[in-house]
Design a protein around this ligand. Structure first.
Ligand SMILES: NC(=O)c1ccc[n+]([C@@H]2O[C@H](COP(=O)([O-])OP(=O)(O)OC[C@H]3O[C@@H](n4cnc5c(N)ncnc54)[C@H](O)[C@@H]3O)[C@@H](O)[C@H]2O)c1
Length: 285
């Protein structure tokens, strides 16, 4: 008998509660993009387990989510530390038995060290904060996701892992590794009900990257810097994460979506507000 029928498309019962009852782990879920993701997931009915190094941020996030009627818990920890990740795994699985969604969001370009000044120590630092924990946390939860009937893994990386980044090729390489890890993991575990996708972030206002400060007089240049013509916010990232976490994207796996206001697509060609045309060798914009 042919098992290929439209009934294989998961039913969405409530489009306003896309993650109802789902258990979601969000690393770095207390601040920036991770905070936006935690809030939107909770709004859509998820039980959010926030893995966060900053206690104040973590506790504030949980307070605000719960006072808005959501469900969240904080784990104050460093995702780079294997013992911390083992503790997280134990606490989360002791409570729920499995997880449905994992968002590996922690990452940082700082301290920015130019390649000629860099060293094995600085390479290791970039590796630890951008890549090692993605392996650690994924490894800690993947089996429980399979046993629980499947789930979605979302790896937040950077547009710099999808295009040439002259500023720091080590950072770019770590983000590209997260990008490709997502694709490889997806191809290996799709048949076990696991979907894996990456988000190539750019141009999003957070505590880590302040795009406004120092650029107050350059507001008119946003239409040059981003095809959508504006700065992005954690909510912009969270909406894409919600799509990837939920059954809305049930047939999407192994992909890396630039969530960048179009900077990747538009790279190389800048819109000049002054000339009112696209230029690829701007002397001024
Ligand atoms: N904001 C952007 O425009 C932008 C651009 C490219 C890539 N990114 C990527 O997006 C992701 C989120 O960035 P963001 O701008 O929201 O950063 P952010 O620094 O504002 O927020 C990161 C959160 O993670 C927490 N955190 C940091 N180290 C941790 C650790 N070791 N263990 C647990 N928690 C830790 C921080 O306390 C903070 O709450 C990162 O992977 C970053 O590289 C962001």
């Amino acid at each position: 008998m042919n098992s290929q029928t439209p009934a294989n498309v998961p039913n969405i019962e409530n489009w306003n509660l896309l993650l109802e009852g789902k258990v979601a782990v969000v690393t770095g879920g207390g601040g920036g993009i991770g905070r936006g993701i935690s809030e939107l997931f909770a709004e859509h009915g998820a039980i959010v387990e926030i893995a966060e190094i900053d206690a104040e941020l973590a506790n504030t996030a949980v307070q605000e989510i719960t006072s808005a009627g959501g469900n969240a818990r904080a784990h104050i920890m460093d995702v780079r530390e294997e013992s911390d990740v083992t503790d997280l795994q134990k606490k989360v699985l002791d409570t729920h038995g499995h997880i449905d969604v994992l968002v590996n969001n922690v990452g940082d370009y700082r301290p920015l060290v130019r390649f000629l000044d860099s060293s094995p120590d600085s390479w290791k630092e970039m590796y630890d904060i951008n890549l090692h924990h993605v392996f650690l946390v994924t490894h800690a939860f993947l089996q429980s996701m399979i046993d629980g009937g499947g789930g979605s893994i979302i790896n937040v990386h950077s547009v710099e892992g999808m295009r040439g980044y002259p500023g720091d090729p080590i950072y770019g390489a770590m983000k590209a590794a997260v990008n490709h890890f997502s694709t490889c993991l997806a191809s290996g575990f799709g048949r076990k009900g696991i979907r894996v996708n990456g988000m190539g972030v750019d141009l999003t206002q957070t505590p880590q990257v302040n795009y406004i400060s120092g650029y107050e007089d350059a507001d008119h240049l946003w239409e040059a810097w981003a095809p959508v013509g504006r700065l992005g916010w954690p909510e912009d990232q969270a909406r894409v994460a919600l799509f990837l976490a939920s059954d809305l994207s049930a047939f999407v796996t192994g992909h890396n979506i630039p969530v960048d206001g179009g900077s990747h697509a538009g790279g190389g060609w800048f819109f000049s507000p002054e000339a009112k045309r696209f230029v690829n060798r701007p002397k001024t914009l």
